[in-house]
Design a protein around this ligand. Structure first.
Ligand code: HEC
Ligand code: HEC
Ligand code: HEC
Ligand code: HEC
Ligand code: HEC
Length: 210
């Protein structure tokens, strides 16, 4: 969460490692996102102009993320998104995206104007980041907060508390961000769709049919 000496050194190494470095803070997505669309500037921004040489942009945890990640930046004003809620608490990108080594690697060869990610592919926002001390470290409180939530009711009428799910192997891949996606409006009613990606018969019980 905090800027460590190590991270600064890592950042410096990345800078040395990449060729053709220039000062970040330029506006790499000027072309290709002029329509203000929310498709993360993917359209047409993946290529540089034919006669402009590709420019590798230096990355460090303190670089201005907004110059490239417009979509995620604009979600900070959406208080129905996790990022927006946390912004009001004074948290920034790197507080949630705390895998600095992973991010340094992801950005190693990033070029100005390159299309940004639509999903997290190489890094994660782990449950442990959310439940770190001083953050969401009280399980009982969280379970109590959603004790009367009825959005997770299957077609048999079985209701489950989203913060108190069975801890079997089948749920190993679930994390806070499975339901609380970072940059989208959180719609509690849609959470059950996640369940049904596995509970395909729209009942939470397993082993009753096969
Ligand atoms: C110069 C443009 C640029 C800047 C500045 C930048 N990024 Fe990125 N970022 C990218 C691109 C391009 C990708 C996609 C790389 C890929 O898919 O190989 C990316 C990918 C990511 C991802 C997805 C990682 C994954 O798991 O796939 C995250 C998270 C991210 N950036 C966070 C940040 C944060 C936080 C900052 C500011 C500290 C930042 N970026 C600054 C261009 C940038
Ligand atoms: C509240 C924690 C939080 C904050 C603050 C936050 N993110 Fe995220 N971000 C997430 C989560 C969680 C995901 C994964 C969403 C998913 O799995 O669908 C994500 C996904 C992403 C992705 C992948 C594409 C996408 O939109 O899903 C990028 C890129 C990214 N974040 C960049 C940023 C940048 C840049 C900032 C600061 C402007 C930022 N994030 C602030 C939690 C956060
Ligand atoms: C990644 C797949 C996956 C997702 C997503 C998933 N489950 Fe499950 N769930 C399983 C599997 C597999 C089992 C069988 C037991 C085990 O291996 O954990 C299970 C077991 C259960 C059980 C216990 C069933 C029994 O027979 O006692 C309940 C209740 C349950 N899930 C509810 C949910 C709810 C509610 C959600 C959505 C928030 C959800 N699950 C999302 C895979 C999943
Ligand atoms: C299975 C989906 C799911 C998972 C996984 C999940 N949540 Fe939630 N969470 C919800 C839902 C649904 C609500 C909203 C309930 C409502 O609207 O009343 C919620 C509400 C919250 C709230 C607001 C509670 C309040 O006081 O109003 C917080 C904070 C929260 N979750 C944090 C977390 C954290 C931290 C994790 C991971 C440790 C997590 N959640 C995992 C579904 C989930
Ligand atoms: C209400 C009954 C029912 C429940 C509960 C149920 N299934 Fe199924 N499942 C079926 C039926 C019926 C099929 C066969 C569908 C077909 O062949 O088109 C099937 C097929 C499957 C298949 C595909 C098998 C194959 O050979 O292609 C998988 C995987 C599967 N189920 C996983 C699960 C998991 C995991 C759970 C618990 C999370 C679960 N099912 C709960 C009824 C159920």
């Amino acid at each position: 969460m905090k800027l460590t000496k190590k991270s600064l050194v890592t950042g410096a190494l990345i800078i040395l490692f990449t060729m053709g470095v220039f000062i970040a803070g330029c506006a790499p997505q000027q072309s290709g996102s002029t329509d203000g669309s929310s498709d993360k500037g993917a359209t047409g921004s993946g290529k540089s102009d034919a006669d402009t040489p590709a420019v590798v942009v230096e990355w460090s945890p303190t670089v201005n993320c907004a110059t490239c990640h417009e979509t995620e930046e604009s979600s900070l004003t959406n208080t129905k998104s996790a990022a927006g809620i946390h912004k009001t608490e004074g948290l920034e990108c790197m507080d949630c995206h705390d895998d600095q080594a992973g991010l340094a690697k992801v950005h190693e060869k990033v070029e100005a104007g390159q299309a940004t990610s639509k999903t997290l592919k190489k890094t994660k926002v782990k449950t442990e980041t959310c439940t770190a001390s001083g953050c969401h470290d009280n399980d009982a409180e969280r379970i109590a907060a959603t004790a009367t939530f009825t959005g997770l009711t299957d077609t048999n009428g079985t209701t489950k508390n989203p913060h108190d799910l069975p801890q079997g192997d089948g749920h190993k891949s679930l994390s806070c961000s499975t339901c609380h996606q970072g940059h989208k409006t959180f719609v509690a009613e849609e959470v059950i769709d996640e369940c049904y990606t596995c509970h395909h018969a729209q009942v939470f019980e397993c082993g009753t049919c096969h």
